[in-house]
Write a protein that binds this ligand. Structure first.
Ligand code: FES
Length: 103
């Protein structure tokens, strides 16, 4: 395992979004409401990219069918139980003035 930096910390301003391709996976790094999240850039419903999702009050809303996810837990808020899995978060690692992941 090796640390791969993704972004410098000073870039993580409110509304920041950037997509990355790491080891064949499409990832979305976003900073909303004072928190930074890294997740696969795929909606658990039907794999739509999430980089154009809206975020308000800790809830991410997929732009395709409008399913909402709790950003703290990743769980779908308005889907029948068991129908839609959670957002897939990737643990962030902070090293020096960067944030990144283990690959
Ligand atoms: S693909 Fe995201 S809600 Fe359907």
């Amino acid at each position: 395992m090796a640390y791969q930096p993704l972004e410098k910390l000073h870039q993580l301003q409110e509304g920041y979004r950037r997509i990355f391709k790491v080891a064949g996976r499409d990832l979305l790094l976003l900073h909303e409401e004072g928190r930074t999240y890294l997740m696969t850039n795929r909606c658990p419903h039907m794999d739509a990219p999430l980089h154009k999702a809206s975020v308000a009050a800790g809830v991410l809303r997929c732009p395709v069918h409008g399913i909402e996810f709790d950003l703290r837990t990743g769980e779908a808020l308005d889907a029948p139980p068991g129908c839609v899995g959670p957002l897939e978060f990737i643990p962030l690692i902070y090293e020096g003035n960067t944030v990144g992941i283990e690959v």
